[in-house]
Design a protein around this ligand. Structure first.
Ligand code: UDP
Ligand code: MG
Length: 325
């Protein structure tokens, strides 16, 4: 089999209502693009009829390939699996829910042909997303930018085109907690953006409830920054200085002012403040220690249950990203 020019990687988790909408849009797009394209659906342990639908689609169109994971490994792991199986000269990652319109890929391909290695979709408008999601995303990307030494484009998700050498470079990054958009920024090469309006989900519900969003944000920051650890040290220093001041005050109050008994409130306040600060900092430490633990275990990032229209083994890299081309 020859190498397709473009691979589309689409993670799918419980998207049975979206797939029937996605299919015609994709077919339209594939006809219009007129390039050799493969579409890799990564079924991330869907519990609905998604896999069944994907089987039907893949039986109809040999360009559709399916990699079905053994359980739900999460969005970022599903993307990783897709990148591992992608054979294209360029690879585009997009959501199944049509929030990333396939038509924008045409612009991405144009930029790629101009010689860019990474073309990310930058959201101009975000229609039909909740106020909370918009606000939290805005705050997160700003906090992230302030903490992290690499420049991750603001307001861009995982919708992006990557050249093959970027994909191969990404495969070489073996981290367990993956924040793919940050890793792509870390890789470097020539990067640019195309603007697009992000529509609402075509159907179904978001698979990112608040709990997952928080976890994702913490993964993002801890994968790229040790600022939170440093912040704990700074806070520790500040509290130490403050406690020395309080100790001096206590001695003075005892010996000179002789007003020690009414100090109870201050004492309680100090104790709870210190306990809270310590617990918080232990928590921050724990986040990193936990990640070290999981990294050391070095479990595979995902397990493949079944594949359709594609080889069982992931792509072999016959290209060295560290060599200039
Ligand atoms: N997704 C996945 N595994 C998960 C959660 C989500 O593969 O555990 C997929 C989902 O099917 C969709 C994409 O990741 O194609 C983005 O998810 P979603 O649209 O729910 O996120 P949102 O756009 O609301 O941030
Ligand atoms: Mg979505």
């Amino acid at each position: 089999m020859g190498r397709p020019t473009l691979s589309l990687v689409i993670p799918v988790y419980n998207e049975e209502v979206v797939l029937p909408l996605l299919h015609p849009r994709l077919q339209d797009f594939l006809t219009r693009l007129a390039l050799p394209v493969e579409v890799i659906f990564v079924n991330d342990g869907s519990k609905d009829r998604s896999l069944e639908l994907l089987r039907l689609l893949a039986a109809e169109d040999p360009r559709y390939r399916v990699v079905s994971l053994a359980r739900n490994f999460g969005h970022q792991a599903a993307i990783t699996a897709g990148l591992d199986y992608a054979r294209g000269e360029a690879v585009v990652v997009m959501d199944a829910d049509l929030q990333d319109p396939p038509e924008v890929v045409v612009d991405m391909v144009a930029k790629w042909k101009e010689g860019y290695d990474v073309v990310y979709g930058r959201r101009r408008l975000r229609e039909a997303e909740t106020f909370f999601k918009l606000l939290s995303a805005r705050i997160f990307y700003r906090v992230f930018a302030a903490m992290v030494p690499i420049t991750v484009p603001l307001d861009a998700g995982d919708f992006r085109l990557m050249s093959r050498r970027v994909v191969i470079a990404l495969r070489a990054l073996k981290e367990t907690h993956r924040f793919v958009r940050g890793m792509v920024a870390w890789v470097g090469f020539r990067q640019t953006a195309v603007l697009y309006d992000r529509q609402g989900r075509a159907a179904g519900q978001t698979k990112y409830p608040l709990r997952r969003m928080v976890r994702f944000a913490i993964d993002g920051i801890t994968s790229f920054s040790i600022q939170p650890l440093r912040f704990s040290s700074y806070l520790g220093i500040f509290i130490s200085v403050a406690s020395i001041a309080v100790a001096c005050w206590a001695v003075i109050a005892h010996f000179l002012l002789k007003t020690t008994v009414p100090g109870w409130t201050a004492e309680i306040v100090m104790i709870s403040l210190l306990a809270a600060a310590q617990l918080l900092m232990i928590g921050v430490l724990g986040e990193y220690v936990g990640r070290i633990y999981e990294q050391v275990k070095a479990r595979p990032l995902y397990l493949v249950d079944d594949v359709i229209n594609t080889e069982r083994a992931p792509e072999q890299d016959d290209l060295d990203p560290t060599e200039p081309n």
